[in-house]
Design a protein around this ligand. Structure first.
Ligand SMILES: Cc1cc2nc3c(=O)[nH]c(=O)nc-3n(C[C@H](O)[C@H](O)[C@H](O)COP(=O)(O)OP(=O)(O)OC[C@H]3O[C@@H](n4cnc5c(N)ncnc54)[C@H](O)[C@@H]3O)c2cc1C
Length: 296
């Protein structure tokens, strides 16, 4: 019987992962670091994780349990904490973590992952004795199935390395672009920061969130990093994505290609974005945006 092991620190992400991980093995077991019992798993080993300790401090102890249970496939979600934990877990288990965008087969274990900063998708067979996968959102089809739901307490001690002293709300704005139904994305086609008001006004009329390409957030710093889309930014799935003055490089498209409808406004008819857009306007954004705002 093939077993999949999940290591979860969040009940929602853990249950979602346990449900979809059923596609990877006959039994889905979990080590829950303060996430409670996972109904979608067959067996959850319940660790009373100390909330003042970062989850990655449990890596050595969790790795020991996984090794003693002869785990061959260990799966985590792609949250920042899980990625940190995955790296340390893999090191303790003598392997490397793999950020998978999909699982092609389990025997042999073949996964896909983004390569060259999202320019290519690599399909790789993982031949190591134990594999630690960080599954990107959407890597496996969602499945609600419930498991046997058994739970056993497990006492684990965190390593003494890092202690959380304080938590504070993050400064700046926080935005959940992934939940937005409409998104207006701005790119380097805008000549000045003040001109973004045009897009902001349009987004307001459309009831859309404002987002951007990476250079706008991490080049000229006109918008916060939370708002850039792409392989190293946010991935969105809105009903409408309106790309304004964005060329459509692959690293950007990776984050927006699941939009239901893509509309592009670009003055260069050869801009790559048009090959991926459902509707395209070849024109100067400084003429189109005021006209759109006036019409809406
Ligand atoms: C490892 C790596 C990771 C990366 N990750 C990301 C990522 O996650 N997200 C991301 O976005 N990028 C990412 N990039 C950068 C990416 O390669 C592109 O450089 C970037 O997406 C381009 O941004 P842009 O489309 O705004 O700018 P440009 O490519 O400069 O395009 C500007 C567009 O505006 C058009 N334009 C100019 N003036 C007007 C006007 N008046 N009216 C209408 N159109 C006009 C131009 O024709 C052009 O097509 C990454 C790069 C690397 C190497």
């Amino acid at each position: 019987m093939s077993e999949v092991w999940i290591v979860a620190h969040d009940p929602v992400a853990g249950n979602a992962l346990a449900g979809s991980a059923r596609a990877l093995g006959d039994a889905v077991n979990a080590i829950s670091l303060g996430a409670g019992a996972l109904a979608a798993a067959d067996l959850t080993l319940l660790v009373e994780a100390d909330p003042s300790t970062p989850v990655e401090a449990y890596a050595a102890a969790v790795a020991e349990v996984l090794a003693s249970r002869a785990a061959k496939l260990v799966v985590l979600d792609s949250s920042a904490q899980s990625r940190l934990l995955a790296g340390q877990l893999a090191a303790h288990l003598g392997t490397s973590p793999v950020n998978a965008t999909g699982v092609v087969s389990t025997d042999p274990l073949v996964v896909t992952r983004l390569a060259y900063g999202g320019l290519a998708v690599a399909t790789e067979e993982l031949a190591s004795a134990v594999a630690v996968l960080v599954l990107a959102a959407g890597a496996l089809p969602p499945a609600d199935g419930t498991g046997a739901g058994a739970a056993e307490p497990l006492a684990l001690a965190p390593s003494a390395g890092v202690r959380l002293l304080e938590t504070r709300p993050r400064g700046g704005e926080s935005v959940d672009l992934t939940a937005a139904k409409r998104v207006v994305g701005v790119g380097r086609g805008f000549a000045a920061q003040a001109d973004l008001e045009l897009a902001r006004e349009l987004a307001g009329r459309l009831g859309a969130e404002l987002a951007c390409s990476r250079p706008i957030a991490e080049g000229v710093n006109w918008m916060p990093a939370e708002r850039y889309l792409g392989v190293s930014g946010a991935t969105i799935k809105p009903d409408l994505y309106l790309a304004v003055g964005i060329s459509g490089q692959i690293q950007h498209l990776v984050g927006v290609s699941h939009s239901k409808v893509i509309v592009a406004i670009n003055k260069d008819a050869k801009a790559p974005i048009f090959a991926h857009a459902d509707f395209g306007v070849v024109a100067d954004l400084y003429q189109v945006l005021p006209a759109l705002v006036a019409a809406l």
